[in-house]
Design a protein around this ligand. Structure first.
Ligand code: KG4
Ligand code: ZN
Length: 352
């Protein structure tokens, strides 16, 4: 089975072609991604209108390139999958409409993929792991712990009540005058800083429900920054290191509670899977590696290019859904908000 996947929910335009492996997992034949970072950098964040226009400009070209790189023809495809949300509506419409048009013209099945489901299933694409597993999704738009019980069977155990973690990294970076996207820059400065110089709060630490909150931590950083202005380079390094130390403590604590909630409701997980752009952070990766080592839990960290937004995860989610006979009509509407667990209480302050 050969599927084309389109991703346009945020600031990455992506098209990929994935083939299902006979024993599970997927083979990525092409994974074309165009990042719009340069277009948004001047504004310190993603501007929805600029993103939508850039998706229109890039997508056709990326699809053509994916077909070329994969060495296949459009008629060889078995289905077209496109991310239908959650995300910025203008961008989602570009990918969704393009996917539907291709499916209609080629007379192939169409699959509307939940972007979060695609992140959730990526570990099966790369590592062919079994259900059920615990997913820690940490990106610029989402921060949640999810029990992945099967295809189309998710239970959100906890999520952020305010900012996403990537957003918190980006905002702290902005306060310190570091360029967008700030996460990687904060990590770099943290390496040479003193993680104990500032005792920043660890929001939600110890709470039984594995939710997250980052606004208090962000405010604490802002207050410290304003109090000390003007900052020296050492001050900036130390703030980054102390901020990241607080984040790392919170992530380990929340994951521990997530695991407890998972065991109560779903039994033993096969693994802990970490996905999303913030999974690139080596402080967080290292701490989770130590934690999983101590608890004997398998840790799956998909390669970075599959942790951040990409088309391969959309194509693979399409494959998984198609295997379940799950297809969608061409009148499927874009969903700017689309919780992974639709039965869960809707979260209106987060992005999903
Ligand atoms: O998943 P992603 O590429 O895009 C979406 O948000 O969907 O995640 C981007 C986010 C940005 O907020 C960026 O600052 C953050 O991930 N990020 C990092 C690191 N690399 C990327 N945050 C902390 N440390 C990093 N090394
Ligand atoms: Zn994402």
């Amino acid at each position: 089975m050969l599927v084309l996947g389109l991703e346009t929910t945020c600031d990455e335009t992506a098209a990929a072609i994935v083939r299902m492996r006979p024993r599970g997992g997927g083979e990525i034949l092409a994974n074309e991604v165009m990042s719009q970072i340069a277009e948004h950098a001047a504004y310190g964040g993603v501007v929805p209108e600029i993103a939508a226009r850039a998706h229109v400009d890039y997508l056709d070209h990326l699809i053509r390139r994916a077909i070329q790189v994969a060495g296949v023809e459009l008629k060889d495809l078995d289905a077209i999958a496109a991310a239908a949300g959650p995300g910025l509506i203008g961008g989602v419409l570009v990918g969704l409409t393009t996917g539907k048009a291709l499916a209609l013209a080629l007379r192939k099945p169409f699959i509307a993929v939940n972007h979060l489901e695609a992140h959730a299933l990526t570990a099966r694409l790369t590592d062919n792991i079994e259900f059920p597993y615990l997913l820690l999704l940490v990106s610029g738009g989402h921060t949640q712990l999810v029990a992945v019980r099967g295809v189309a069977d998710y239970l959100r155990l906890g999520s952020t009540v305010d900012d996403a973690l990537g957003e918190a990294f980006d905002k702290v970076a902005k306060m310190l005058g570091l360029a967008y996207p700030g996460g990687p820059k904060v990590e770099k400065r943290a390496r040479t800083g003193d993680p104990q110089r500032f005792a920043f709060p660890r929001p939600m630490q110890g709470r039984a429900k594995p939710d997250f909150s980052f606004s208090g931590l962000k405010t604490a950083v802002r207050m410290e920054t304003e109090r000390m202005a003007p900052l020296t380079n050492t001050d900036i390094d130390d703030i980054c290191a102390s901020f990241q130390a607080a984040v790392v403590d919170v992530m380990v604590d929340r994951t521990r509670m997530g695991l407890r909630a998972f065991r109560e409701r779903c039994g033993a997980p096969t693994a802990l899977v970490v996905a999303g752009g913030v999974a690139a952070n080596s402080g967080i990766r290292g701490a989770l590696q130590r934690y999983c080592g101590e608890t004997g839990l398998r840790l799956v960290l998909p390669p970075l290019e599959l942790c951040t937004d990409n088309g391969a995860m959309i194509a693979f989610a399409g494959i998984e859904r198609l295997n379940f006979g799950l297809m969608d009509d061409l009148d499927f509407a874009a969903r700017p908000r689309w919780p992974l667990d639709e039965n869960a209480e809707a979260i209106h302050h987060g992005k999903a």
